[in-house]
Design a protein around this ligand. Structure first.
Ligand code: XLS
Ligand code: NI
Ligand code: NI
Length: 441
């Protein structure tokens, strides 16, 4: 059902439906078939696709070299309350026309921040009750909320890691209000992305105090949300740099350490973003695997970087072969715990038609769907799993199995090696694995 506000913003675009690979309709899904079962679950349930409020409704294409290029027909009112309602109308029209079920926001994506904390809170409360009505009328849900503690100049030295307690407290107040909003909207999760939680120079930084303060801050936020009845999961979203030179939650492994060091492992998991993985010199699938190994694969921010530069370009995903490698990890680790696939991605600065926002999300959803189908076929039909099993077969029986069971000592290894001579050479067969990926695509 398409839910409209007073105005229809995306005129001429109807609900996007699945038409299959042979369709030439650019405004149709070619691979994302929401009700299709893959590995025992519908595609809709596997992915829980979400629209990111900030890029889709707020990002007009400005960059360090020039202003925005996109003339969005919403948020035109000079009254911040009305402008926010228009944006919410556009958001829900878009989400329902896409056939998505979820959205994600930062507090001040929803409505402009005011001059005082009290007025800002009033604004948030107003738009939250407006969104609440839109959610119950449409069935659209909140995947996660977060607070923007990085754009306002007051956060130039960080938020929870700020060297000044005044700013730390201000960030705490903002997070409390964002948690209240998330809880009021039945948000399923809450994200912490520490945009400026890091440093530019170690010369002026007390790293230990800053990191301990982040640990205290996250515990306070968790305790408060739980006291208010929040049952969802908290996610840390790792990113190595940008805007800071060095961000504390550098990558999945580093963030898992943060979670464990500050005793947050029962409440926190990770939100893995593709372009953040590549900025950290990892692949997306590497980060998913690290998170899954720790039981912390919570959610995904879907996008991609650019092979020729190192920025967080937040492009929509379009490489299904690469994404299939990630979907292998996804399927084999049982999917996401609590989260979904949030398109933290933006159309290019010169993609100025409103239609482009649809085309981009369709492409992203189709890329994930095609990749999921490929990964499932590889697991179910190809020799892939057998080959992988064989590669580690020496641990299945004999001394190898004893080793895995923790029954051997170093002197046992010594004795075994002495008896058995030089190990035989065994190929890793990487090219064969790569060929299978191609063959089943
Ligand atoms: C920025 C991050 C941000 C988070 C939410 O690079 O991806 O958008 O997802 O604060
Ligand atoms: Ni990002
Ligand atoms: Ni993100």
């Amino acid at each position: 059902m398409v839910l409209l506000g007073n105005t229809e913003y995306f005129k001429g675009i109807e609900e996007i439906s699945y038409e299959g690979k042979t369709s030439d309709n650019p405004l149709a899904y070619k691979f994302y078939n929401p009700d299709q079962l893959v590995a025992g679950k519908t595609m809709r349930a596997h992915f829980k696709f979400a629209m990111a409020y900030w890029h889709t409704l707020c990002g007009t294409g400005g960059d360090p070299f020039g202003p925005g290029t996109k003339h969005f027909p919403w948020s035109t009112s000079s009254d911040p309350y009305r402008a926010a309602e228009e944006k919410a109308d556009a958001a829900f029209e878009f989400i329902t026309k896409m056939g998505f079920e979820y959205y994600c926001f930062h507090d001040f994506d929803l409505i402009d921040e005011a001059a005082t904390l009290a007025e800002s809170e009033k604004r948030i409360q107003h738009i939250v009750s407006y969104l609440k009505e839109k959610q119950s009328a449409s069935g659209v849900k909140l995947l996660w909320g977060t607070s923007n503690c990085f754009s306002n100049p007051r956060y130039m030295n960080g938020a929870a890691s700020n060297p000044d307690f005044e700013v730390v407290a201000r960030a705490g107040a903002q997070v409390k209000i964002a948690l209240d909003a998330t809880i009021a909207l039945n948000g399923e999760n809450y994200v912490f992305w520490g945009g400026r939680e890091g440093y530019m120079s170690l010369l002026n930084t007390n790293m230990k105090l800053e990191q301990d303060n982040i640990g205290r801050f996250l515990n306070m936020a968790k305790d408060y949300a739980r006291s208010q009845g929040f049952k969802g999961t908290f996610f840390i979203e790792p990113k190595p740099m940008e805007p800071t030179k060095h961000q504390y939650d550098f990558d999945a492994a580093t963030s898992i350490n943060t979670i464990r060091e500050y005793g947050l492992q029962d409440d926190f998991k990770l939100n893995i973003e593709v372009n953040h993985a590549t900025l950290a010199q990892h692949t997306f699938q590497h980060e998913l695997q690290v998170a899954a190994n720790a039981g912390m694969l919570g959610s995904v921010d879907a996008n991609r970087g650019d092979y020729q530069n190192g920025w967080d370009t937040d492009q929509f995903p379009n490489n299904f072969l690469e994404t299939a490698e990630a979907m292998l990890v996804f399927l084999k680790s049982g999917g996401l715990q609590g989260g979904g696939i949030n398109f933290d991605a933006k159309t290019r600065r010169n993609s100025t038609d409103l239609e482009d926002i649809f085309l981009a999300h369709i492409g992203g959803a189709d890329t994930f769907a095609r990749a999921l189908l490929l990964a499932d076929a590889i697991i179910q039909k190809s020799p892939f799993e057998d080959l992988l099993g064989k590669r580690y077969g020496s641990f299945d029986s004999g001394k190898g199995a004893d080793f895995v069971a923790g029954k051997l000592s170093l002197t046992d290894l010594y004795a075994y090696a002495n008896e058995n001579g030089e190990p035989k050479q065994t190929s890793g067969k990487q090219e064969l694995f790569e060929n299978i990926l191609n063959q089943y695509s």
